[in-house]
Each structure stands twice: as C-alpha cells, then as structure tokens.
Design a binder for this molecule. Structure first.
Ligand code: SAM
Length: 248
C-alpha cells in the first residue's frame, strides 16, 4: 500500500540524492524542459509527454512506490521525453537546477501540493523559500511557473511568497487573483477529481521577469512574518491576495 503522505523533513527524506544530468535522463537532452513537482502516480505526465514531444518532462515525487509505477508505465510506453525521479524537491535540487544550461528550463508546474494544514507542519509544504529561489535562478526571463490548488489556504501563501520574491509577473491579460482556466492541455489527477465534484480550482501563471533573485534568508524572513502576523514583524511585507471567484 502506498502511504498518502510522507514527512519530507524526516531523516530518510532529507538524505542527499543528487539528480542525474539531462544526458542521462532524456533521449534528446537539448529539448526545453518542463518540471512537474509532486508528480504522484504520473498519469498527468504520462498523457502529456506524447502530446508535447517538443519538450522533455521531468516529474519529481517524494513517494518512491509511485515513482516506480510511473517509471514502469513510461518504459512500457517507450517515452524518451519523460522521466520520473524519486526525490524530495527541497533536497539536492538546487545544485542540479544551477547545472542546467541557460534557458533550458521552460516551465515549472506545482499542482495541488499537499496542504499540511496544521501551522506546525507548514515547514513540510513543498514551496519553501530555498526551492523558489532555486527555480527563479534557473528560469530565464519569459519562462513560466504555474501554480494550482483547490485549497485557498495553501495557494495564497505560495502566491504571496512568489510575489515577495519579485522575480515573476503575471501575464497582462490574466484575471486576478485567479486565472481563468489552466494553460495546460490536460488536467492532473487531483484536478480531475476536484472538477468532477464541481469544486473550485485556484490558479496562477507567473512569468519570470529580469529581476535578480533575492537572498533566501530574505524570503525566509518574509515567509515567517506571513506565518506569524502577530509577532511584531510587518505583516504587510507579504501581501496575501483576496480570494475572489475561482475558475472551473
Ligand atoms: C496532492 S498530490 C498532487 C499530485 C499531482 N500534482 C496532481 O495534481 O494530481 C501532491 C504530491 O506531491 C508530492 N510531494 C509532496 N512533497 C514533496 C516534495 N518535497 N518533493 C517531491 N514531491 C512531493 C506528494 O507525495 C504527492 O504525490
């Protein structure tokens, strides 16, 4: 049986696990790269990769049994532009992101991340300041970061952190605070499930601008201030967008 959640801060998941270079992952490593963080059982990328042969797709997932199942399906389907790796996105990832050829990372998707509702568990959430800084450094201007969730309390702090970072802007025509529809041609597994129940999905597409990446410590301080608004820190430092009508 596959566990529903694992604690990304437990010793096992904090062990360094360097990622292989692109040459060891894809048939044509020179293709633009789509990175999906939290790819779960992999059905979304398994369906997307043949639809988008002009890109390589890499799914990072912390639950190893799911990665093994997804990789078995990928091999059976003979998809050379798709790989799944068992990795904690907050461990050993920064060095790999820095090793990517400039401009290679085209799109990062972070879809329906685990909510970890209790405040003492917020550190287990996947979009931590260090990961965001690493992604911002690896994405060239114009490249994209797409976030979606069905839980406002989860996506609002993610959006606030990205806005605090200052390295991203939304496309001019996009509705605020939530985008109308997904920019992707297929829904994820979780997205299908949420939409089938007629529930809302909150989405934001960000595009990398030319701003320099702030220090991780600066982002960490802003995230702490947002998590502890009564602690004397300036709560206005991290604006939280209001929740208006989400899009189906
Ligand atoms: C709720 S699922 C969503 C799966 C998929 N993105 C979807 O929309 O159907 C979130 C996934 O992120 C994975 N995950 C959580 N923390 C992670 C981390 N630090 N690194 C990699 N994957 C992580 C979980 O194991 C889980 O499979």
């Amino acid at each position: 049986m596959v566990r529903q959640h694992v604690n990304p801060l437990s010793r096992f998941y904090l062990q360094p696990r360097p990622l292989p270079p692109l040459e060891q992952l894809f048939a044509d490593p020179s293709l633009p790269l789509h990175l999906d963080i939290g790819s779960a059982r992999g059905r979304f990328l398994l369906a997307l990769a043949p639809l988008e042969p002009h890109r390589n797709h890499l799914g990072l997932e912390i639950r190893r049994p799911l990665v093994e199942l997804a990789e078995a399906d990928r091999i059976a389907a003979g998809l050379g532009n798709l790989r799944f790796l068992f990795r904690n996105a907050n461990v050993s990832f920064d060095a790999w992101l820095r090793s990517l050829p400039e401009g290679r990372l085209a799109l990062v998707t972070l879809q329906f991340p685990d909510p970890w509702f209790k405040k003492k568990h917020h550190k287990r959430r996947v979009l931590q300041p260090g990961l965001l800084a690493g992604l911002a450094a690896a994405l060239a201007p114009g490249r994209e970061l797409f976030l979606q969730s069905d839980v406002p309390a989860v996506i609002e702090p993610m959006v606030a952190l990205v806005e605090t970072c200052g390295c991203f802007a939304r496309p001019a025509g996009d509705a605020r605070p939530w985008r109308n529809g997904s920019p992707l041609p297929l829904p994820t597994e979780r997205e299908r499930h949420v939409l089938a129940q007629g529930l809302p999905v909150y989405r934001v597409l960000f595009r990398r601008n030319a701003a320099p990446v702030p220090a991780v410590a600066e982002l960490e301080a802003a995230a702490r201030a947002a998590d502890n608004p009564g602690d004397g820190a300036d709560p206005a430092a991290v604006p939280v967008p209001p929740t208006l009508s989400p899009t189906p």
